[in-house]
Design a protein around this ligand. Structure first.
Ligand code: BGC
Length: 736
């Protein structure tokens, strides 16, 4: 019966039959998502459920309470429509995976999918059937606290990983008890908020919007994402929640999105605060007209929609269309057949397998930024003593990162614990926290830190940002290591022993002031529950680092936005056109200094490039080939290169392929990621890495905003970062 009900036609028939029986108020009720929580059902919520005024509830994860909510909806309301139960399961439920930006650094869609599968299973065991993830905003501004929640700066990487995550949540079949509906957010342009200040306006021209910010959403729609959330901010003067062009015309009409659109938290009523509308009634009309099917937390729809429809200001067909979309998902989830959750049918959370996935995800997320004199990996046998210093070495809750409503810090294994376990008496571990928090300016413990560093063979510093410094509304204008951490690095450095910095943070930090003072830097993001063991395995060479940066690291904040797929400009910089501010000739005239696109004090390159990440072995790329010099429009072709592990240990490499379209009717980026693959190579092993591309992969939105592939010359690179130098050319020609 459940199987049968899920056939699209059958579902449409059932939706139509149900809709026929619904009063206007009951329809509007389905469009309302109400906040609950605290394992308690308030009287007015219970009353709303009985009256059919609630379509979904968010933030209740006590399974008994969830079942009671469902029971009231199903047994005590006139039509017995079950509820959507929503929750932000952003990077894990009880078992916390690395923050999404860290997961992006794995460049491993299978692992991202697996991590989401674990999260879905654990959340579903608590009655959750809908999550507000993946967040697929493309972000090129590390000041924005929400960069932690996204997959970084590149639309292709965000598309592939976003699709992997939503497939992990939704599983092969939404009707399975352990599948939950995904919600791609925030539609659209939210990653481009001005100065990385949350909720600010995003000024993105349509061509950039389509070629960059909308791409992951298009991919999510094509992959069958169940729902999409509008963004809090405005694009081109119109807040997303009232943006008819974005929501109705592009998402629903042009892309034929079949799921439903939910507002962000109270973002319907915020239309008035934006200054777009005069009151909630007008906001309600704007949002429904734009195509926002469900209002999250806010009562504009419930209060004003009935009168707007009865007063002929809104066509009831708009309401019917929204309700159809919502009911369809409830049928697809099998909620009419199975509204209740039996926790006994699930394995307990944080199972061995879940923790193993979290550990693997953490392991692959860590990026080795620098490793001078091959100071890493350390050898447990050769080491006599290790100083472990810093505010984030033993902070089980901080390593979980932002958005961990349900994460259990008690499950966290910290780096200090893991290093002690790994030492197991073989070497001595001396720990000093040195700073109360990452923000502390108190340097009183620094003498002791310097002394300790001098007494030990090496020091590992655990630096970065606490979880609270990133995430929604948690933005920074200065993205250096906060507090007195740079001074701590300098003091420990003075001891003259090897210094290894492990940085835990929710964003790329500007590291120019410490980069030369650490022999090695491992960037661990907020690595989640199993961050400690993953980091320890990397420090001691049980595993080799394989993470790659999903976002460029600026040298200083003034370079932002800095990203690899920028435009060439009419005056592109070259190494010899750059003049540093300290070297300006006193006799220089206005037109004598390079006259290319760079900053006097920062040049034009990032400190660490997109795609960068070192390994304990070395990889050599050679012999890039394109299967044909000329490719006809509409054809597939192959690009391959040889890859050899020239080092002494087996390790994984993320092979990346970039393309440049040399001429376009709108200018094209200097490089665009078009493919990537994780491969494992044993020492001395050589493989051919092959990528199949189709000319459709070269498409972009042109001046008329239509998707086009233009015949012409292309360059292609294969390598280990966006700075890959191994290049070939090909030409796309019109069809025969
Ligand atoms: C955030 C969303 C989130 C929602 C529900 C909002 O403040 O912007 O991303 O899903 O809250 O918690």
């Amino acid at each position: 019966m459940v199987e049968e009900a899920r056939g699209t036609e059958e579902i449409d028939r059932r939706v139509a039959a149900l809709l026929d029986r619904m009063s206007l108020e009951e329809k509007i009720g389905q469009m309302s998502l109400v906040n609950a929580g605290e394992s308690y059902i308030h009287d007015d919520l219970a009353e709303g459920l009985r009256a059919g005024r609630v379509g979904g509830v968010l933030n209740e994860v006590d399974v008994g309470t969830v079942n009671e909510l469902q029971r009231i909806a199903v047994e005590e309301s006139r039509l017995g429509i079950p509820l959507l139960i929503g929750r932000d399961v952003i990077h894990g439920f009880k078992t916390v995976m690395p923050i999404p930006l860290g997961q992006a650094a794995t460049w491993n869609p299978d692992l991202v999918m697996q991590a989401a599968r674990v999260a879905a299973y654990e959340a579903a065991s608590h009655g959750v059937n809908w999550t507000f993830a993946p967040m697929i905003d493309v972000c090129r501004d590390p000041r924005w606290g929400r960069i932690a929640e996204c997959f970084g700066e590149d639309p292709h990487l965000a598309s592939v990983l976003g699709v992997a995550m939503l497939r992990g949540f939704q599983g092969p079949d939404l009707g399975r008890p352990d599948a939950i509906a995904a919600c791609a957010k925030h539609f659209a342009g939210y990653g481009a908020v001005e100065s990385g200040r949350d909720y600010a306006a995003a000024n993105v021209p349509e061509n950039e919007l389509r070629n960059v910010h909308l791409r992951p959403f298009r991919a999510a729609v094509d992959a069958g994402v169940a729902t999409i959330m509008t963004s809090f901010s405005e694009v081109d003067g119109v807040p997303a929640t009232a943006n008819e062009r974005l929501v109705r015309r592009i998402l629903k009409d042009e892309w034929a999105f079949g799921g439903f659109v939910v507002s962000d938290w109270d973002s319907v009523r915020q239309l008035r605060i934006h200054g777009l509308t005069a009151d909630d009634r007008e906001s309600c009309r704007e949002a429904v007209t734009a195509g926002v099917d469900m209002e999250m937390h806010g009562d504009a729809y419930t209060v004003h929609l009935p009168a707007l429809v009865r007063g002929d200001e809104l066509d009831e067909e708009l309401i019917d269309a929204a309700v159809r979309r919502i009911l369809r998902l409830k049928f697809r989830l099998g909620l009419f057949e199975r509204p209740y959750t039996d926790p006994a049918a699930f394995l307990p959370c944080a199972s061995e397998a879940s923790l193993a996935t979290a550990r693997q995800a953490a392991l692959q997320s860590v990026v080795l930024l620098r490793n001078e004199h091959r100071v890493l990996p350390m050898s447990p046998e050769a080491l006599r003593s290790l100083a472990v210093i810093g505010p984030l070495a033993d902070a089980g809750d901080e390593q979980l990162g932002t958005w961990v409503f349900d994460g259990d810090p008690g499950l966290s294994v910290t780096p200090l614990q893991a290093i002690r376990d790994l030492a197991a008496g073989r070497f001595d571990v001396q720990y000093l926290r040195a700073m109360e928090t990452s923000r502390s300016r108190d340097t009183r413990a620094f003498d002791e830190a310097a002394t300790l560093a001098g007494q030990c063979d090496a020091t590992v510093l655990f630096l970065g940002e606490e979880a609270i410094l990133s995430g929604e509304a948690h933005c920074r204008a200065d993205i250096n290591l906060p507090g007195a951490q740079a001074e701590l690095v300098a003091r420990v450095r003075e001891a003259g022993k090897p210094v290894i910095a492990v940085i835990l943070a929710g964003r790329p930090l500007t590291l120019a002031n410490i980069v030369d003072k650490a022999d090695a830097i491992l960037y661990a993001w907020h690595p989640g529950t199993m961050g400690g063991p993953a980091i320890a395995d990397l420090l001691f060479g049980i595993e080799s680092p394989s993470g790659k940066l999903p976002v460029s690291f600026p040298r200083m904040v003034g370079q932002i936005p800095i990203y690899y797929s920028h435009k060439n400009t009419g005056k592109p910089p070259t190494p010899d056109s750059v003049v540093h501010i300290d070297n300006i000739d006193p006799k220089a005239r206005q037109l004598s200094l390079g006259m290319t696109s760079f900053h006097f004090d920062a040049g034009y390159t990032p400190l660490f490039a997109f795609g960068h990440g070192l390994s304990y072995t070395s990889f050599e790329y050679s012999s890039i080939r394109v299967s044909r010099d000329q490719i006809r429009l509409g054809e597939s072709f192959h690009v391959h290169a040889d890859l050899r592990n020239t080092g002494a240990i087996g390790a994984e490499e993320v092979v990346q392929l970039y393309v440049r379209d040399l001429v376009g009717n709108v200018t094209r980026p200097v490089r665009e990621l078009k493919g990537f693959r994780r491969v494992r190579l044993e020492p001395g092993q050589q493989v051919v890495v092959d990528f199949e591309l189709h000319t459709d992969d070269l498409a972009f939105h042109g001046r008329d905003m239509r998707l086009v592939v233009e015949p012409g010359e292309f360059q292609v690179w294969i390598g280990g970062s966006s700075e890959a130098g191994l290049r070939a050319e090909f030409r796309v020609v019109p069809p025969a």
